[in-house]
Design a protein around this ligand. Structure first.
Ligand SMILES: *[C@@H]1O[C@H](CO)[C@@H](O)[C@H](O)[C@H]1NC(C)=O
Length: 489
């Protein structure tokens, strides 16, 4: 009797579940498409009734007043469109409610030395908090992505552009603008929302910023998380492919985007504009100008991944392979900003390590130096050293090369893929992997004939033009040109 009752209640529970399942299915299959068609028609009508007849380009950049590298790309992109297509109307979607249009423009013009034409419209978005991590302690990626759709809806509702260009990587907004808004969609991606590296951390069950300890330690939670990530990556690929032209900022990003979006034919590598022009104009100093002092310059924040200890150990190795007379002329100069107590502690550790290795006479620390002094150090240097493993790009390396240093960088990541050419004849620098290699390469550079050194310096300077504003403009315009061609027909 009791057993019968239990099976009865199980059956009725199953019935309820089945009912919910069917209802969701019908809802998803019938109601959702009707809703989508309805909104589409609504937006198509909107577009037909629009008063503005010129082409409208909308840039989606909710943090446009931040003043970082991503913003330089935004303003340089806007400037290039203004120059090439003067009759186009440009709008920027921003969530910076506290900044007025003039303030934003002024900050961009001053901060990036970019002159913009007047007439840029700002569309203020109020729902930006939904793309921040704070509201989603769990399933952060999914939460932020759905939040971006919500923010995108607000944007589309405020202004419906002809061409939509996302410069912050909110891929989940692309289907919205493409299928509902009827826009042409392009994007510039600095960083994939989910990368194969993140998946690997969960696979190997290591604790990292995207993998909590409790998950790394539990095989079931890890398996569930892998499933979640895989599903997310699949959807990310689906929405990303909605863009008709995809720009990526480096080889690293290109590889990851290709792995997930898998649309290499419409993916273009367009390096972001670096402000190196003034550095390439500095006169190259000779060894006599430098009083015979050979400075090895290391520019970088005092963060653990920059691997300053490796640089010190390399100097230690160097000492054992050069003459005493040469050693007296060698200085390793660390230049970097010290932002907090952690940084200070690391600097202290480094100074202790230098003492321990008996290098302190030949090592200098320059903390928080003003920009003109940094430039002078670069100019007086002979060798630039960089030791971070797998850096995605390395703008610091580009700046050192522009200033005339001969770089020895870590043989991995962006330095290897994008920046340094080691082929004889077109050599622009050196790569190394461990302290012995670094030491050997530096000793070799010091033993080179000045003429051969200058050849590398000149080639390095010429090569950093690939990262100039002018080259960015060319690459960007080439990638978005089809949008404007179809508008003019
Ligand atoms: C691309 O963007 C990422 C994320 O902002 C950054 O780490 C990387 O340095 C950028 N690459 C270039 C070439 O600027």
């Amino acid at each position: 009797m009791g057993l019968f009752c239990i099976s009865c209640s199980i059956i009725s529970t199953l019935k309820v579940l089945l009912f919910i399942g069917v209802a969701t299915f019908i809802g998803g299959l019938i109601v959702l498409p009707i809703l989508i068609i309805y909104v589409r028609i609504h937006f198509a009508k909107n577009r037909a009734g629009r008063l503005r007849k010129e082409t409208v380009v909308g840039f989606f950049h909710p943090y446009c007043n931040a003043g970082g590298g991503g913003e330089r790309v935004l303003w340089a992109a806007i400037k290039s469109i203004q120059t090439k297509y003067p009759s186009v109307h440009i709008a920027v979607y921003t969530g910076d409610l506290d900044a007025e249009a003039e303030q934003i423009i002024k900050k961009a013009e001053k901060g990036f030395n970019i002159q913009l034409k007047p007439g840029i419209e700002f569309i203020y978005l109020h729902k930006r908090k939904w793309v921040e991590a704070a509201p989603y302690p769990y399933f952060t990626l999914l939460g932020q992505s759905l939040g971006s759709v919500w923010l995108g809806l607000e944007a589309l509702n405020s202004l419906q552009p002809d061409i939509y260009i996302d410069t912050m990587g909110y891929a989940f907004t692309y289907p919205l603008f493409k299928y509902i808004g009827g826009c042409q969609v392009g994007c510039y991606t600095h960083y994939p929302t989910i990368s194969t590296d993140m998946l690997r951390h969960v696979y190997r069950r290591v604790v990292s910023h995207n993998n909590r300890r409790i998950i790394a330690r539990n095989p079931f939670l890890s398996a569930a998380k892998i499933a979640y990530y895989k599903l997310f990556a699949a959807i990310y690929g689906l929405v990303g492919r909605c863009a008709e032209t995809v720009m990526v900022n480096s080889t690293w990003t290109e590889e990851h985007i290709n792995a997930i979006w898998n649309c290499p034919f419409k993916t273009h590598r367009v390096y972001p504009p670096c402000d190196v022009e003034h550095l390439t104009k500095l006169p190259l100093l000779t060894m006599e100008d430098k009083n015979g002092i050979i400075k090895i310059v290391s520019v970088g924040q005092f963060r653990p991944e920059k691997d300053h200890p490796l640089q010190l150990r390399a100097l230690y190795e160097l000492r054992s392979i050069v003459s005493e007379e040469l050693w007296e002329r060698i200085r390793l100069v660390f230049i970097g900003s010290c932002r907090n107590a952690d940084d200070e502690a690391r600097v202290k550790d480094m100074q202790d390590l230098a003492k321990h290795l008996a290098l302190d006479e030949n090592v200098e620390f320059k903390l928080n130096v003003p920009y003109p002094e940094l430039v002078r150090e670069l100019q007086e240097g002979t060798i630039g050293i960089h030791a971070m493993w797998n850096e995605h790009f390395g703008i610091g390396i580009v700046e050192c090369m522009a200033a005339g240093l001969i770089m020895v960088a870590h043989a991995s990541g962006g330095p290897k893929a994008d920046i340094i050419e080691t082929q004889r004849g077109s050599q622009t620098g050196f790569l190394a992997e461990n302290e012995k290699e670094y030491a050997k390469v530096m000793a070799y550079i010091m033993s080179m004939h000045a003429k051969d050194r200058d050849q590398i310096r000149t080639a390095a300077r010429a090569s950093v033009n690939r990262f100039s504003g002018e080259n960015f403009e060319k690459g960007f315009l080439r990638a978005v040109e089809p949008f404007f061609r179809s508008k003019q027909e």
